[in-house]
Design a protein around this ligand. Structure first.
Ligand code: SF4
Length: 470
């Protein structure tokens, strides 16, 4: 389904009862297998060897670089990120110093003719740091790597409107960022109080508008449904306010309440959360408004309007999924720095320590702080490809999978295809020969479709570690 010439998208008729039936915990598939399967056999020397070998590839791939800046001044209660809540600037400076060291160490491993096409600063709150600190971080990155300085580069930064003003937006542009992503979640004051993230709606919306006017190639806003005290009426007011300023991209995430895993979530009483029915209404209400306003759904949880590169990437087949969500450059090796950051070089995942002290000590001793990871086996490679296509695109072409991996698609995936039959009956997918097409409900529930190809997950025995589908 391409964009409607008149702007508005046809909204599919979604049966809430079916949504409810498939509302099980499933991975978000930012990687396959998921990080739960990482093992400690992947060490610094394995990682270095993998980079060295990728430099020797006939055509070494270009790069994506992720920089994790975990510091925040106060905790948002819903947050599930790896982050450090502190107002101690010297603690953050110590981290930054070792981050520079890690950037230099990784850069020394990579051939300089491999270009960083995609750069993402995430957190935490990257704008926790001062303009001078961000400038010196970008200098360190430019010193260690060859950066794409052309218009096709995708250099993004996550920003917290509470740490931003117009001058800072100009500064980010001058550092080379051409994408900016605003954490908004909900503009309603009571909801903001309940999640410990109070930000002035008018100020926030003005900053987003300014960013669009200043020349960022893409401006994204993050919204979150399923928050404490969030009613469909108040959330729709947020949705309408956002549509009023028409950002290029909107990410709509569902809040996953996992208080056993995330300490601050224990501040949110389960009784204050919308129930399953209300969550579905929140999601569908926003989804339908975005469609009616001319936004196109992208993958799992993004919406883009015409002119945004994410929509172009969906249409030209270059959309890809990685640890940061969706991006527009396919086939890049991913390097990542900072605590908990995950790199992927060819068939190797390598993850840094999640512990701040371990991170600092390791780098002071001149070592990359790799602690766990995973080597994809040949079956993982095939399934990762299939799952990424389902997570990004609107159909899976089994013939193309056969050609890429030299397998017989129906034989190789016999049990997965058998498990798809239920989804066919419920009109999530349609099969014709080796093609699996996602129907409107299947696009919303694409994690369920992808899970049918996951060799590690039995959909009959959902794993409560993952977030629920809706
Ligand atoms: S949501 Fe963002 S700003 Fe809030 S605590 Fe988490 S990382 Fe920090």
């Amino acid at each position: 389904m391409g964009p409607c010439p008149h702007g508005a998208q046809r909204s599919p008729v979604i049966d809430p009862a079916l949504l409810r039936r498939y509302d099980a915990p499933v991975p978000r598939y930012t990687s396959y297998p998921t990080a739960r399967h990482f093992q400690n056999a992947v060490t610094e020397s394995v990682f270095r060897a993998s980079i060295a070998s990728s430099n020797e590839d006939l055509i070494p791939s270009d790069l994506s670089l992720y920089v994790h800046l975990p510091f925040c001044r106060r905790p948002c209660f819903y947050c599930g990120c790896t982050r450090i809540v502190t107002r101690d600037a010297s603690r953050a400076s110590r981290y930054l110093e070792q981050l520079h060291q890690e950037i230099a160490l990784q850069g020394a491993e990579i051939d300089r003719d491999r270009v960083v096409r995609q750069l993402h600063l995430g957190g935490g709150t990257p704008t926790y740091f001062t303009d001078a600190e961000l400038a010196s971080l970008m200098d360190a990155i430019r010193k260690a790597f060859t950066l794409d300085e052309g218009v096709d580069r995708e250099f993004g930064i996550e920003v917290d409107p509470r740490t931003l003003d117009t001058a800072r937006l100009h500064h980010l542009l001058s550092l080379g960022f051409n994408r900016v992503s605003f954490g908004i979640q909900d503009l309603d004051f009571k909801v903001q109080q309940a999640i410990n993230r109070v930000q002035d709606p008018r100020y926030t919306l003005t900053l987003v508008e300014q960013a669009q006017g200043l020349g960022f190639a893409s401006v994204n806003v993050d919204l979150l449904y399923g928050l404490p005290g969030q009613s469909p009426e108040c959330f729709m007011a947020t949705v309408e306010a956002i549509l009023g300023i028409r950002p290029g991209r909107i990410a709509l995430y569902g809040y996953a309440h996992l208080p056993q895993q995330f300490r601050y979530q224990r501040q949110i009483p389960a009784s204050s959360l919308p129930d399953a029915e209300a969550r579905i209404r929140l999601f569908l209400g926003a989804y339908e408004r975005f469609m009616a306003a001319g936004y196109h759904p992208i993958g799992l949880d993004h919406f883009a309007r015409e002119g945004d590169r994410l929509l172009d990437a969906l249409q030209d087949g270059s959309l890809q999924r990685n640890f940061q969500g969706y991006s527009t450059h396919a086939g890049l090796d991913s390097l990542a720095v900072g605590i908990s950051a995950i790199s992927r070089i060819g068939t190797l995942y390598a993850q840094n320590t999640k512990d701040e002290e371990d991170y600092l000590t390791s780098l002071r001793a001149g070592h990359l702080p790799i602690r766990v990871g995973y080597h994809l086996n040949p079956d993982d490679v095939i399934r990762a490809d299939v799952i990424e296509r389902i997570m990004c695109h609107e159909e899976l072409d089994g013939n193309a999978v056969e050609k890429r991996h030299r397998i017989c698609f129906p034989e190789y995936f016999a049990s997965s295809l058998e498990r798809l039959e239920e989804l066919e009956r419920d009109e999530l997918v349609e099969r014709s020969g080796n093609r699996v097409v996602l129907r409107p409900l299947g696009k919303i529930l694409r994690r369920i479709v992808a899970a049918r190809f996951d060799a590690y997950l039995q959909p009959e025995n959902p794993d409560g570690h993952y977030s629920r589908m809706i």
